[in-house]
Design a protein around this ligand. Structure first.
Ligand code: SAM
Ligand code: SF4
Ligand code: FES
Length: 342
């Protein structure tokens, strides 16, 4: 085995230069994936955590260059679910056997922290873990939501290259994004972050720095996805993020953050059928099946070719069950909090 991969497997530590070298090297994808799969098995086991995703609003005040929900996109049909619909979908998620629901939206400030707190409280009564993915808010708002019972928060840093961040997310700032992640940690959320692979102008060095950043902030979850160009955004003409590079990122993250929860992301499967199964065998241990109902899942159009838009939550549940048994793994029956062994 490559000495650096062996080092990563044993010490869970590599220098910036070593990570760059492994990302750049050709023909090491399978070896990295196999090494990561062993570490995944050792630290987080064979159980796969399913988190039911509720996409409750596609209204966003931000204008990220890559995202179909950006405020300047006039082509998208906007929607917002009401609290009853959200709670109803969570109830159904519970009935499909999910132990966690993820409430995701654009940055829709119509939903005040108080309104969201009431929704969180109702869902917590069902004995579900609640993950929020609603973008940037103040410490005080995050605190209200934590007190209401929210367990986790997903906020990708997207890229740790500050200049690139500020270019890709106009009107937002890398500093504030990092402040949000620090506030969430302070408030004892399980904190999920991650990055996009394939942003125009992104270097291998910046991807390697992303991994070191995840280690520095001791991220509990890390979601990595390829950029999928959306026709209705300023990044319409860029290339999709590279599948192999994204897979190598996932594998390296498992080697360097062995206890983290790592999803096999939906965007991967948009690039390649069966990608989530491949990624689950390359270090990942989480999947987020969609439980949003009806036409709303089509309208939550971050990028084209999003999978499952014509499927029902039941179909996604059984589809994932089949995929998971096909690789000899099983659906975890606990809530899937981060385990701490090291
Ligand atoms: N608004 C919240 C935020 O930005 O954190 C949560 C929802 S946002 C739609 C969730 C993630 O979608 C972002 O973190 C971004 O990485 C991803 N995303 C947006 N546009 C994408 C695209 N064109 N291709 C792949 N992923 C994309
Ligand atoms: Fe809004 Fe999030 Fe999309 Fe940025 S990535 S435009 S914040 S939904
Ligand atoms: Fe939705 Fe496969 S996960 S149909």
């Amino acid at each position: 085995m490559n000495d650096l991969i062996k080092k990563a497997q044993q010490l869970h530590s590599l220098t910036l230069e070593e990570i760059i070298y492994l990302l750049q090297q050709k023909n090491n994808e399978e070896e990295l994936a196999q090494a990561a799969d062993i570490i995944r098995q050792k630290y987080v086991g064979d159980g796969i955590h399913l988190r039911g995703l509720i996409e409750f609003s596609n209204i966003c005040r931000q204008n990220c260059l890559y995202c179909g929900l950006r405020r300047d996109n006039k082509k998208i049909e906007r929607y917002r679910l009401n609290d009853q619909m959200i709670v109803e979908m969570a109830k159904k998620a519970k009935n499909y056997g999910y132990k966690t629901v993820v409430l995701q939206s654009g940055e829709d400030v119509f939903f005040t922290a108080g309104m969201l707190a009431d929704i969180v409280k109702k869902i917590k009564e069902m004995d579900l873990a609640v993950t929020l993915s609603i973008g940037e808010r103040s410490f005080e708002e995050y605190e209200i939501l934590k007190k209401a019972g929210a367990d986790r928060f997903l906020l990708r840093i997207e890229t740790t290259d500050e200049k690139l961040y500020d270019k890709m997310d106009p009107g937002m700032s890398f500093i504030n994004r990092r402040r949000c992640l620090a506030d969430l940690k302070k408030l004892n959320y399980e904190v999920g972050t991650g990055c996009l692979v394939g942003l125009p102008g992104q270097s291998m060095e910046s991807l390697a720095n992303d991994i070191l950043f995840f280690q520095q902030i001791d991220a509990d979850m890390i979601g990595i996805g390829p950029l999928i160009p959306n026709e209705d955004t300023p990044l319409a003409k860029v290339k999709s993020g590279d599948f192999s590079l994204t897979r190598k990122m996932v594998a390296l993250i498992r080697l360097l953050l062995p206890e983290a929860n790592i999803p096999a992301t939906t965007a991967m499967e948009t690039l390649q059928p069966n990608a989530r199964t491949i990624i689950l065998c390359s270090g990942a241990n989480v999947v987020m099946p969609n439980v949003t109902e009806g036409d709303y899942r089509r309208k939550y159009a971050l990028y084209p070719g999003k999978i499952c838009v014509a499927d029902t939550p039941e179909q996604c549940r059984s589809c994932m069950g089949n995929k998971i048994s096909s690789i000899g793994r099983y659906i975890s029956t606990d809530k899937g909090f981060r385990q701490r062994n090291i």
